[in-house]
Design a protein around this ligand. Structure first.
Ligand SMILES: C[S@@+](CC[C@H](N)C(=O)[O-])C[C@H]1O[C@@H](n2cnc3c(N)ncnc32)[C@H](O)[C@@H]1O
Length: 301
């Protein structure tokens, strides 16, 4: 089976404005679709560093002297680039979320299509799994996860139902979880609600929101002047962080103004929001929720 079909491939790599001898980072290597396109556009002195926390992605490593694959979480991007002697780069690409491979392997527990142990860890090094969230989180935390990350209006009653059921016996598999929650899953909306519940648990297990924030905060320090950031998000929580950070240099509230009313932000957006064409969505359903934003590091005058 195909590991992953890259989304918005041309548009996101165009966004990096590749210089032939530049240094680039692909923080979400996956099947390597975006990395291969970056390498195609780099000359022999160019360099590409890629990150993926999933051991399964390592088998896709590209045999090319210009390429280095780092098996780490991209929340540590600065630290690991420094380890490789790199302080500044010309462009960083992120294609957030889970790969098709991760969805398609039943045992990973990411997909509503299969019965599997409650796992959903992108990296086996991660000590918290979906089992822990479902079976050990206190009511307030469980409710918060379901509400904030799954946008579930009835997060309270879902959390109460999970807690009542696990008091009898632990909920070990995705099928058991579905069974416990069947009153919330009428046939008409079963898939939608279940996808929201899975999304919420997955974001919590992998700390996806904190990770993106930590990553974005490092980007301005890592980019050369006029270096580029090109980021694809798949749900509104991610996209909102990217959009706000590019616009305001922070995740909440308005940017501070100086005495003259000028705001100082480290990045400047390049073009508007880019979404996949109808043709791309017809060929690759996973592309349907993708949103691409591009920014550049502001030149110091
Ligand atoms: C949507 S896929 C990327 C697909 C890739 N662009 C391609 O064309 O094949 C996301 C990948 O990023 C990895 N990933 C997600 N979050 C990560 C993180 N915080 N650190 C490192 N890798 C991460 C996942 O394991 C997955 O393989």
């Amino acid at each position: 089976m195909n590991y992953h079909n890259p989304v918005l491939l041309t548009e996101s790599v165009d966004g990096l404005n590749i210089k032939s001898d530049g240094v680039y980072v692909d923080v979400t290597f996956g099947g390597g679709g975006h990395s291969k396109e970056i390498l195609k556009r780099l000359g022999e002195n160019g360099k590409l560093f890629a990150f993926d926390q999933d051991e399964d992605a390592l088998k896709n490593a590209i045999d090319d002297p210009r390429f280095t694959l780092i098996h780490e979480n991209f929340r540590f991007i600065g630290q690991f680039l420094k380890f490789y002697g790199v302080r500044e780069v010309d462009g960083i690409l992120g294609d957030f979320g889970v790969s098709s491979h991760q969805f398609d392997v039943a045992e990973r527990g990411f997909s509503t299509r299969f019965d599997a142990d409650l796992d959903m860890r992108m990296s086996k090094r991660n000590t918290v799994s979906a089992y822990d969230v479902v079976n050990t989180y206190e009511y307030d935390d469980l409710r918060r996860v379901l509400f904030q990350y799954g946008d579930l209006r009835n997060a309270n009653t879902i959390a109460t139902t999970i807690i009542a059921s696990r008091e009898d016996s632990p909920i070990k598999t995705t099928e058991q979880l579905k069974g416990v929650l069947k009153q919330f899953l009428p046939a008409r909306v079963e898939h939608k609600i279940l996808a929201q519940i899975y999304q919420a648990i997955r974001i919590e297990v992998n700390q996806e929101i904190e990770v993106i924030k930590e990553f974005l905060l490092q980007v301005p320090n890592l980019l050369n002047e006029e270096g580029r950031l090109s980021v694809i998000s798949y749900h509104s929580l991610e996209d909102r962080l990217v959009k706000r950070y590019i616009r305001a240099g922070q995740f909440e509230g308005e940017p501070e103004k100086d005495f003259y009313g000028n705001i100082s932000v480290p990045l400047k957006k390049v073009g508007g929001l880019i979404v996949p064409s109808k043709q791309e969505i017809a060929q690759n359903n996973r592309a349907r929720s993708a949103k691409l934003r591009i920014a550049t590091k502001i030149k110091v005058k």
